[in-house]
Structures are given as structure tokens and as C-alpha cells.
Design a protein around this ligand. Structure first.
Ligand code: SAH
Length: 545
């Protein structure tokens, strides 16, 4: 899974990262910064501030119709990350679930030279903004960027003194209730931290993009932690003057102490999230003094939900299909789907997994499966025991001997099954709920991978958590040990009369046949994983026999 895939679902770059080649063909100024690799791939040098700036300006023009100027010596925002935050604010204020014609008012604390959040929020959603800034250069550029995009009716840029955050900016304003405030605070406490010296992970390589921020942009006394604490303290006075207070964080380790601060202060509603962009991650925190606000789902929860909704898949390639036909003595012209379905039905019957056909689309077959007992794990062991019984002279059962035998068989069983699953499966591929099939990492142009400020924080790759490596039928995941694999008995002793139910779809795709297992209900989804692995092993055996 690429990080682009983990972006906010509404982020326009989620499934469509910027196309450098296309942008270069349309924008000559951008083209100057694009280099083409030997493989013909268009790329950008992210260590060059001019290239980074040109990319941001080009994307804002192409995708939002915005024309902006940013000085090289000030922070250059990356567009996909800023969009993630805008979309999260939409979630917080329930912008999509409610009447969009109601005027929404927001505050951007430290808007930067680009004035990017107000420009995006006003263009996309028609939001009103009060944008604050301490730095003269940023303030002047921000004002100019608003004016040249004819957005002065929606966005008001104000210059504030350094010591202030929300209080002073709001003194001047009428008593309207703001829907939200957002802030991308200066991350670092000092020059050392800005250079990554204070990084939690000393092995982390230097950032691959340039740090373009000016002093007030990247540094504040006490770093982002103190900066956000100051916003929290302002919010304790302003309370319901804003419905949501929010901040982006450059360091994950800032999250816990800030949440603790909110807890100590008795703030009733707190939400947090993660933003992904290229290989860079950011975090965000929001809090509210309103009881009626709803907290958007955390992305990890959403990913988990998506994962349970995704089917497990087995892809049967041409050679496997041929083997199957040979085995079944069918002609080459027989329908692939029927041959596969017959094979699966037979295997399921052997496993005592109930299956009955259910209606489905044209060119597909669908079976409703009910697994009563966990026979797939024990099958091999049972077979081996039968063979052993045939070879061995019957003797009086000795309890110790039986126990040793059981342990040995189990160990052997594990070894065999790992081996069989790791054998070269030339024409068979499976993917689990997290899609083990490799996604082309390089669909994400490097460009979007780093914010222009380096971060002293290790990036966390949640994609690895999502992967399900289906190797051993008994051990598809940690959870497997919690299910009653030891007892081949029907689970009649428990309340439910079945282990799990699922729907198996068998579909023809060009030259292959795709088998999908869709979870319906049951004890534990890992049981379906195990069954899927068992089927995969059976199919893989076909090509080896
Ligand atoms: N919002 C922009 C810029 C973020 S950098 C973006 O996301 O790209 C942080 C900005 O906060 C800088 O422009 C800095 O000058 C400004 N800043 C620092 N202290 C501030 C304060 N007390 N009040 C308002 N702005 C401040």
C-alpha cells in the first residue's frame, strides 16, 4: 500500500498522484525542473527549493485555478498534505453532512506567505477566513496572494504580534462564532532540532527535501509543543467562541502530552488523526467545548473496517487451470469457471464445509459456505496418523507416549506446512485482506513525499500492519491461536452452531480465474484466512503433482 492510498478519502491526489510528465507538457516553467530518468520516468529534485516551489504553484494553478507567489526564503507548502488537513476540518465541522449554504468561518493561525489553507478552503468550500501572521514578508505575500485571486471578500489577513495567538486577533473581530481554527505551527524549538539533531531516530537519513522555512516559520520557543499549549490556553478563555480548535503536528511524540493537557483542563471533546503524504506523516489534534460536535472516525479505524470488508482472493493462472482440466479429464474447451467450481466444491466437501449455490451475475459462480468444524488444519495430521497406524504394530496406549507423539506430530506438522506453503508457487498468487499483491511503489512521484520542512520523526508505515501473509493454515495471524483449532469437534459446545459463514465468488478474468472469499459472520475472520490458505495449498499442489 502506498502512502498516497492512505490519504484522506476525498483527497484528489489519493488515487491520482500528480502526473509530472503531463504538467511539464502544459507548464513550461515547471518543465524546466523536471528530469527524465533512463526508464523514461519524469521526476523532480526535491532538494532544489525552486523545483519544490514550482510544483506547488503548478498544482495550485492546474487543480484549483489559484495563482500564487511565494518567496524562496519562506516555507513552501506541499499541496496534498495541506488538502488532507482541509478535508479533516470538513469532517470536524460536518461540512459534507450538512447544509453547505450556511456560511462557515475559520481562522488560520500563521497562514504563511502562501496563505494556502485560506486559499484552498475559500476556493473549495466558500469558507470565510481570518488569517493571522507575525512575519512581515509572509504577511505581505499572503495579502497579495489573496488579492490576486480575488478572494479578499472571503479572506482577511491580519498582522499580529509574536506573543499572541488567538486572543488578540479576535479582539478586533465582531462576536461571530467561528466554526474552527487551524494551525500549522512552527515545529522546532531550536536550530539543532530543525537540523534533525534531536531526532528520536538517529539512524533516520537526512530529509530528502529542502527545508525552505524562515526562522519564525519553523522555530518557536519550546517548539510545536509549547506553541500548541499556548493555543490550548487561549481556547480555555475563548471556549465556545470557536466550535473546534485544531492543530497539525510534525512530531507524533507531541500528541500524547497535548492530549494529556486537554484532559487535565477538562476539555470535553478531543479528536486526533494522521495525515499521509508520500512517505511523510503528520498528526493533527482537535478539541471542542461543545457537547454536540461529532468526532470523525480515526483513519486506523476506517482502515480496519475497509480491511474486514475486503475479500480474500486466490488467483488461478492459466497453467493451474490446464492442470485442473487434465485432472478432471475435461477438454480444453470446458468452461474454466465450472472446472474450478467443481474442484472447489469437491475440496470443500472433503473438508465438510457446507456449500450451496447462490444467485450471482453472468459469467460467475457463487457459493454460500458454512464451516461447522475446523477440518482444514487437522486434515494433514489425521492422514499422517492413519499412515502411521497402518505401519505400526498395535500396542497398549501409554499416556506419556501419546503426549510425546502429539507434540512431535504437531512440530512436524508445522514444519511441513510452512515448507509446503513456501514452495515456489509459479502460477498462483493470493492476496489477503490487506492485498499482499505488490502495488507499484513508484506510482507516487517522489515529489509529494516530503513537506519542505524536514522532520525529526520516524515515519511509520502502517501499510505493513495491513498485510496478511497467508502461509500456514493454522497460523494466518496472531488471532489464530485464540480459535478452537485444537478441537476438530463441531463448536456445538459454544453458543453458535457454526465456525463462520462466507460467500465464495468464482469469476473469470481474461486468462485467469479469480476466487474471492467474502466474510459474512462467525467466530473469527482468521478462520476464513486459514481455509483460504488451505485451498491455496491444495491448488498449489496441483501444479506440483
Ligand atoms: N500555514 C502555512 C505556514 C506554516 S509555518 C503552511 O501551512 O504552509 C508557521 C507560520 O506561523 C509562519 O509563517 C510563521 O511566521 C507564523 N507564526 C509564528 N508565530 C506566530 C504567531 N504567534 N501568530 C501567528 N503566526 C505565527
Amino acid at each position: 500500500m502506498t502512502f498516497f492510498k492512505s490519504m484522506h478519502p476525498r483527497n484528489r491526489y489519493k488515487d491520482k498522484p500528480p502526473d509530472f510528465a503531463y504538467l511539464a507538457s502544459k507548464y513550461p516553467e515547471f518543465k524546466q525542473h523536471v528530469n527524465v530518468s533512463l526508464a523514461g520516468k519524469a521526476g523532480l529534485n526535491f532538494k532544489d527549493p525552486e523545483a519544490v516551489r514550482e510544483l506547488t504553484c503548478t498544482l495550485l494553478k492546474e487543480d484549483f485555478g489559484l495563482t500564487i507567489d511565494i518567496p524562496l526564503e519562506r516555507l513552501i507548502p506541499t499541496v496534498p498534505l495541506r488538502l488532507n488537513y482541509i478535508h479533516w476540518v470538513e469532517d470536524l465541522i460536518n461540512f459534507h453532512g450538512s447544509d453547505k449554504t450556511t456560511a462557515r468561518h475559520g481562522i488560520d493561525i500563521g497562514t504563511g506567505a502562501s496563505c494556502i489553507y485560506p486559499l484552498l478552503g475559500a476556493t473549495l468550500n466558500g469558507w470565510y477566513f481570518l488569517a493571522t501572521e507575525v512575519d512581515d514578508i509572509c504577511y505581505n505575500y499572503a495579502k497579495k496572494n489573496v488579492e490576486q485571486n480575488h478572494l479578499a471578500d472571503l479572506i482577511k489577513v491580519v498582522k499580529v504580534p509574536q506573543k499572541t495567538l488567538l486572543m488578540d486577533a479576535l479582539k478586533e473581530e465582531s462576536g461571530i462564532i467561528y466554526d474552527f481554527c487551524m494551525c500549522n505551527p512552527p515545529f522546532f524549538a531550536n536550530q539543532m532540532e530543525a537540523q534533525g539533531v534531536n531526532s528520536r531516530n538517529p539512524r533516520r537519513p537526512p530529509p530528502s527535501s529542502v527545508n525552505t522555512g524562515g526562522i519564525t516559520e519553523i522555530m518557536a520557543e519550546g517548539g510545536e509543543l509549547e506553541f500548541v499549549k499556548r493555543i490550548i490556553h487561549d481556547s480555555l478563555q475563548l471556549k465556545k467562541r470557536l466550535r473546534w480548535y485544531s492543530c497539525m503536528l510534525g512530531k507524533k511524540c507531541s500528541l500524547a502530552p497535548l492530549k494529556e493537557e486537554l484532559r487535565i483542563q477538562g476539555v470535553p471533546k478531543v479528536a486526533h488523526t494522521e495525515f499521509y503524504q508520500g512517505r511523510t506523516m503528520r498528526w493533527a489534534l482537535a478539541w471542542s467545548f461543545y457537547d454536540d460536535v461529532s468526532i470523525p472516525d480515526h483513519p486506523a479505524k476506517k482502515r480496519k473496517l475497509e480491511k474486514t470488508r475486503k475479500p480474500l482472493t486466490i488467483c488461478m493462472m492459466e497453467t493451474t487451470l490446464k492442470m485442473l482440466k487434465n485432472r478432471a479429464d475435461c477438454s480444453d474447451n470446458s468452461e474454466d469457471i465450472s472446472v474450478v467450481t467443481d474442484f472447489l466444491k469437491k475440496t470443500l466437501s472433503d473438508l465438510k464445509v457446507q456449500h450451496k449455490p447462490v444467485p450471482c451475475g453472468n459469467g460467475e459462480q457463487s457459493l454460500f459456505l458454512t464451516a461447522i468444524e475446523n477440518s482444514w488444519v487437522h486434515n494433514r495430521r489425521k492422514k499422517r496418523d492413519r499412515m502411521r497406524q497402518l505401519r505400526e504394530v498395535p500396542r497398549a496406549p501409554d499416556q506419556n507416549f501419546l503426549l510425546t507423539q502429539k507434540a512431535e506430530t504437531q512440530a512436524e506438522d508445522e514444519e511441513t506446512s510452512v515448507k509446503s506453503a513456501t514452495l515456489d508457487e509459479k502460477n498462483l498468487s493470493t492476496s489477503g485482506s490487506g492485498d499482499t499483491a505488490a502495488l507499484p511503489e513508484d506510482i507516487a512521484p517522489e515529489s509529494m513525499e516530503e513537506d519542505s520542512r524536514p522532520l525529526p520523526e520516524q515515519v511509520e508505515d502502517s501499510s505493513t500492519q495491513d498485510q496478511v501473509t497467508e502461509v500456514d493454515e493454522r497460523d494466518s495471524s496472531e488471532q489464530a491461536s485464540k480459535v478452537p483449532t485444537e478441537s476438530p469437534q463441531p463448536v456445538s459446545s459454544s453458543n453458535s452452531p457454526f465456525l463462520f459463514k462466507c460467500v465464495m465468488n468464482i469469476k473469470k478474468e481474461a486468462t485467469t480465474v479469480l476466487v474471492e472469499l467474502h466474510w459474512v459472520e462467525g467466530h473469527n475472520r482468521d478462520l476464513m484466512n486459514q481455509l483460504c490458505t488451505h485451498l491455496r495449498n491444495q491448488i498449489s499442489r496441483l501444479t506440483r503433482s
